[in-house]
Design a protein around this ligand. Structure first.
Ligand SMILES: *Cc1c(COP(=O)(O)O)cnc(C)c1O
Length: 385
């Protein structure tokens, strides 16, 4: 009974982190946009398939940059899923624009494209989507709606670095994409993020907004002989210390992904029979999508069983978790957002979801422990359905 607790997530340790950090500290260039930023940016271009990448201090900041680049202002509206991380909504609300919440497709946890058009008004300026768990949204529909209504879209790609939809890289399909390198993500730098600029027309302004509203990036490239205040912005760039860790992590991207997929694949196959026996749904990935093994989740028959499974895992020394609390009914969502139609699937998904421990380096014996613990859970009498 004294087995160590299996945490939900553990940041990956890559080989060159300490050495890279020492090199930064010894170099005298510790602020942003140094050699590790350059190297990590190149690696990220390769992995993400994006031509234009700017490292940022977080995904939240990258999302704020998207709001500024899209020129959002008071009274504008942006459509996004109710089931996502608060940063996507707060980045919109910061500009005085209104986040408009749309329900999800319960099969994937992603925004339900068939509900988007009913939420569009004359004030709608953009769409913001998230590829939940690193599994692509139905992009055929998102691209059609974007084209037909002339609405740019942002991909919050925090879960989906390296993921694909019909052979295309997620994060490169919208005008802008964002990444997170928070230490709960597949690849991390402690805190960190990136902005993928797919609409070339936004690139020059993105550089300025990231550098406190100045043209310092052009100055550093020798394109202007002094730099000055050009626009609004903030200090959105990543410190070279974080970039030193990120560069090391990205150099082991394939290893990290291989380890995560091995855990994911065991959960998926070894819980198949149990899940069918007890009426639990396992996370599902369509064959036209390549996912990232960012999460593995179970959808329990009801909320009581979510609570019961989480308690059962805790008793076995295993930390499982639920996920987002729907934004439409959150305190800020009620005050700052608009919800044209009730987001019933988002609430239901949130109240039934259980995520299992998943990280690169979770040992085979610990994966076995998690699987055995889950399989020893029997649904509560009388609550199935
Ligand atoms: C983690 C996460 C964020 C926020 O990322 P930070 O880098 O911590 O700001 C935003 N969106 C999604 C979907 C996330 O998972």
């Amino acid at each position: 009974m004294s087995l160590p607790v299996i945490p939900f997530s553990r940041p990956f340790r890559s080989a060159n982190e300490s050495r890279n950090l020492d090199a930064v500290l010894a170099s005298g260039h510790v602020h942003g946009d140094g050699p590790f930023t350059e190297s990590a940016t190149e690696r990220l271009q390769g992995i993400s398939g994006a031509q234009n990448v700017l490292l940022t201090s977080s995904c939240t900041h990258a999302l704020e940059m998207t709001s500024l680049l899209l020129g959002l202002t008071v009274g504008d509206e942006v459509i996004l899923p109710s089931f996502t991380f608060p940063s996507a909504a707060t980045a919109i609300a910061l500009t005085g624009a209104v986040p408009v919440f749309v329900d999800i497709d319960a099969a994937s946890g992603n925004i339900d494209p068939s509900l988007i058009e009913a939420a569009i008004t004359s004030r709608t300026k953009a769409l913001s989507i998230v590829h939940y768990g690193g599994v692509a949204v139905d992009m055929d529909e998102i691209i059609r709606i974007s084209d037909e209504h002339g609405l740019p879209f942002v991909e919050d790609n925090a879960h989906a670095l390296g993921a694909m939809w019909k052979g295309l890289h997620l994060g490169t399909l919208g005008s802008l994409g964002t990444q997170s390198f928070h230490d709960t993500k597949n690849v991390h730098s402690g805190e960190g993020g990136a902005l993928l600029i797919n609409d070339e027309a936004l690139l020059e302004r993105a550089e300025i907004i990231r550098e406190k509203g100045t043209d310092r990036s052009r100055f550093l490239r020798g394109q202007v002989d002094k730099y000055t205040w050009n626009d609004i912005g903030s200090s959105y760039l990543m410190s070279e210390l974080n970039a030193a860790v990120l560069d090391s992590q990205l150099s082991e991207f394939d290893t990290i992904q291989g380890l995560r997929h091995a855990v994911w694949n065991r959960y998926s196959s070894e819980l198949l029979e149990w899940s069918e026996d007890v009426g639990v749904r396992r996370m599902f990935v369509d064959s036209d999508r390549k996912h990232t093994a960012h999460v593995f989740y179970l959808v329990m028959p009801d909320h009581d069983q979510q609570t019961a499974l989480l308690a059962h895992l805790r008793k076995h020394g295993i930390v499982g978790t639920f996920h987002y609390i729907p934004l439409d009914s959150s305190p800020a969502g009620l005050r700052l957002g608009r919800t044209p139609y009730a987001c019933a699937s988002s609430l239901d998904f949130s109240r039934r979801l259980v995520r299992l421990p998943l990280w690169a380096g979770l040992s085979e014996s610990d994966v076995t422990r998690v699987i055995e613990a889950v399989k020893s859970f029997r649904p509560l009498a009388g609550t199935k359905g």
